[in-house]
Design a protein around this ligand. Structure first.
Ligand SMILES: [Zn+2]
Length: 276
């Protein structure tokens, strides 16, 4: 009798498990075109995600990229604090709204609406002035920025401390990754490289900020199809620079323009020119 019960029990369990698998595989099987977007946490109740072609067709949102904000040498990678303040002021005065990567993702994948005149303001390389100058300037106008952190620079001279990075997240800014030591993603050969440059620093940043880290800026803006595909396993969006987009992986190559030290009016002009 006991044996019969055991067999019946095992049989029931097998049926239950099989049907459960069937249900999941039917529901969750993504079509090839939506696979990339489906992989990234498609919560139930959300509308179905856009296909890759639909994402490619959506108008691009201007994304600005700043590096150093300091007096002295001006150029592509350094703007003076006065120039930076003028840039942010003209954006606010012209009716722009700073959006987050989460908003951009929902716009691209789920057609969620964005505020009028959206712009994203991003900062690379974890410089200390990002916490001292950039964040307070943005906050003055109700803007929030995106800060891409190289984790090798924690607590080093001229770079943000862990506490400063945590404070950015607390104040509502987005903290993203900029790899461990700025090695270009196209140079990673082994799984160990991906662990060291992406997986481990992502985890560390998540501990520091208490929030998921789901966005990355490629060092030097450089990527290729292979690395972008691999990156999609770690990040919802990856940011490049003015390079051509990978039409098969549009979420892994969001274009940005480097903002040099230039008059505020020229900034508006180049935004219009580069993001039509
Ligand atoms: Zn960088």
């Amino acid at each position: 009798m006991k044996q019969i019960l055991l067999i019946a029990g095992a049989l029931w369990l097998t049926i239950a498990l099989t049907s459960c698998n069937n249900a999941t595989s039917k529901q969750d099987k993504p079509s090839a075109s939506t696979q990339q977007t489906q992989q990234k946490g498609n919560d139930t109740g959300k509308p179905s995600p856009n296909s890759v072609a639909q994402i490619m067709d959506k108008p691009e949102i201007p994304v600005l990229c700043y590096h150093r904000i300091t007096e002295g040498k001006k150029g592509d990678y350094t703007v003076s604090p006065t120039t930076f303040a003028a840039h942010i002021k003209i954006l606010a005065d012209s009716g722009y709204h700073a959006i987050s990567p989460a908003q951009l993702y929902d716009y691209l994948v789920y057609n969620k609406s964005l505020p009028t005149k959206p712009v994203m303001i991003t900062f690379d390389d974890s410089r200390e002035e990002h916490s001292a100058i950039a964040a307070p300037t943005l906050e003055k106008y109700g803007f929030r920025g995106v800060f891409f952190i190289m984790t090798i620079t924690y607590d080093k001279k001229n770079y943000m401390t862990k506490e400063q990075i945590a404070q950015l997240a607390k104040a509502g800014h987005t903290v993203g990754l900029h790899t461990w030591d700025h090695t270009m993603v196209t140079k990673y050969k082994t799984d160990e490289d991906w662990q060291k440059e992406i997986a481990q620093p992502k985890e560390k940043l998540e501990k520091i900020t208490g929030k998921p880290v789901e966005y990355i800026a490629y060092p030097n803006g450089v990527y290729n199809h292979e690395s972008a595909e691999k990156m999609s396993k770690y990040m919802k969006l990856s940011f490049s620079l003015s390079t051509k987009r990978d039409t098969l992986l549009p979420l892994q190559c969001i274009r940005r323009i480097i903002v040099p030290d230039m008059p505020a009016k020229s900034l508006l002009k180049s935004m219009r020119k580069d993001f039509k």
